[in-house]
Design a binder for this molecule. Structure first.
Ligand code: ADP
Length: 424
């Protein structure tokens, strides 16, 4: 029977342990640096159990063995020592998934002498508990050399509580670390891609200029078949120039260096200009291209060349993705402070799941290698980027594959000053 004072002491001790465990839990949940986390776990374990040292061994799945993730003192030496699952104390705890108390370590045949020798630390007593996530054992937490008395059931209980929280915290920190690493890799890849696009588009521009120059000259000067051949070279070179321009535009937009020459521009004029670029192809495909737009000019504050590029791209897509004999319609609607431009086609349509994705760089509904339509999947992402710079927006709608598509562009209209009153 315990006396009242002993009972009070016992209660006080339990309360201290409990508040210590709560503190540990809070810190574990808020530390995401793996190194700091491991250090904190072993320091807390050694302190709560009043031990000389503690260590964490984690399971290396590729090698099928345990390794020291950290230990009191200098653990760098330990990091190189593999701990086999068979025949070692930690391995037994890991494989049997249960705590182990050894109050005379030296007498235990599983004691791994090499470890103590490496760090000049002699283990006398040991308590080890498995660290688990759900039912999967991920490592072992060990406390060594209890300063007073032997390890008891309460110690086992306390270390198990720390181990179960530590396992989750370590797992989270590892996941975050992996995520950060993957992010860093992605960032590097993205930079590589940007650099490549920048160099490639720059280096292609000069030879392309020469090809365009000579092909134009030959087309005009040569006669008959030769002139036709020169025209084919010229058309291909023009297509290539569009691709190079797309790549350059994408890069400047990503770097935030796109320059806009803003000026009051009539949307009708921009659209007519864009239509010029594609009318030949539309005619060749025998498409019925209808236009509905108000005569009164609708002014937008825009860079007309950039806006023309956006609409030429949308019309070009409508023509490309609509089979021979289909329909394309261009409508302009003035709504309050905005103008809406709708480009509708009766073409191949867009699956619902791709309606947003097509605005991502290099995204094409059809696999690039299997497609016959050409292009690099850049036009729409550039269009969205350019429209954003004009405070505009763009989206796509389609009732489904084979049922046509509608692209809607919305731009703010310029407040037009009302004409001077005729009243005197
Ligand atoms: P691309 O030059 O490859 O056509 P875009 O960015 O202009 O690149 O378009 C991306 C993809 O969106 C196209 O490859 C195509 O799959 C789809 N798409 C764009 N416009 C249409 C349209 N009018 N009808 C059907 N699909 C379209």
């Amino acid at each position: 029977m315990l006396s009242q004072t002993e009972l009070d002491d016992e209660k006080g001790r339990m309360l201290r342990n409990l508040s210590h465990l709560v503190e540990i839990s809070v810190t574990l949940n808020s530390t995401l640096d793996p190194e700091k986390l491991l250090q904190f776990i072993i320091c807390s374990a050694a302190e709560v159990l009043d031990c000389e040292a503690a260590s964490i061994l984690l399971y290396d799945e590729t090698r099928g063995q345990l390794y020291f993730a950290t230990a009191s003192g200098d653990s760098r030496q330990l990091a190189r020592i593999p701990v086999p699952l068979d025949g070692s104390i930690a391995g037994t705890i890991f494989q049997e998934n249960r705590p182990l108390v050894i109050n005379e370590v030296a007498a235990d045949p599983r004691h791994y002498q090499q470890v103590g020798e490496q760090v000049s630390f002699q283990a006398r007593s040991l308590l080890g508990v498995p660290m688990c996530i759900k039912s999967r054992v991920t490592g072992v937490l060990e406390a060594l050399n209890k300063r007073q008395g032997d390890f008891n059931d309460e110690d086992v209980h306390i270390l198990s509580v720390i181990a179960s929280q530590a396992a989750v915290a370590i797992h989270n920190a590892q996941l975050l670390h992996a995520l950060q690493k993957a992010n860093e890799e992605l960032r590097k890849l993205d930079k590589l891609k940007s650099d490549f696009i920048s160099i490639a588009s720059h280096e292609l521009r000069t030879p392309l200029g020469v090809i365009l120059g000579y092909a134009t000259f030959l087309k005009d000067e040569a006669q008959g078949e030769l002139s036709e051949h020169a025209e084919m070279v010229l058309n291909s070179a023009l297509k290539m120039r569009t691709l190079v321009e797309d790549m350059t535009n994408l890069n400047t937009m990503q770097m935030g260096t796109t320059q806009l020459a803003l000026q009051p521009s009539a949307i009708q004029k921009v659209l007519k200009q864009a239509f010029q670029d594609i009318q030949e192809t539309a005619r060749a495909k025998e498409l019925a291209f209808s236009v509905n737009m108000p005569d009164k000019p609708i002014l937008v504050n825009a860079d007309p060349a950039k806006l023309e590029q956006v609409f030429a791209n949308l019309m070009n897509n409508a023509v490309r993705f609509t089979p021979q004999g289909g329909k394309v319609n261009l409508s302009v609607l003035l709504e309050k402070n905005e103008v809406r431009v709708l480009i509708r086609d009766s073409g191949i349509g867009i699956p619902r799941q791709d309606l947003e994705k097509i605005f991502e760089e290099f995204y094409q509904v059809e696999n690039h290698l299997r497609r016959h339509m050409g292009g690099m999947g850049l036009g729409l992402s550039i269009a969205r980027g350019l429209l954003k710079l004009h405070n505009g927006r763009i989206w796509a709608e389609s009732p489904g594959e084979g049922k046509g598509s509608t692209f809607t562009v919305v731009l703010p209209v310029m407040i037009q000053s009302s004409p001077p009153s005729s009243e005197t």
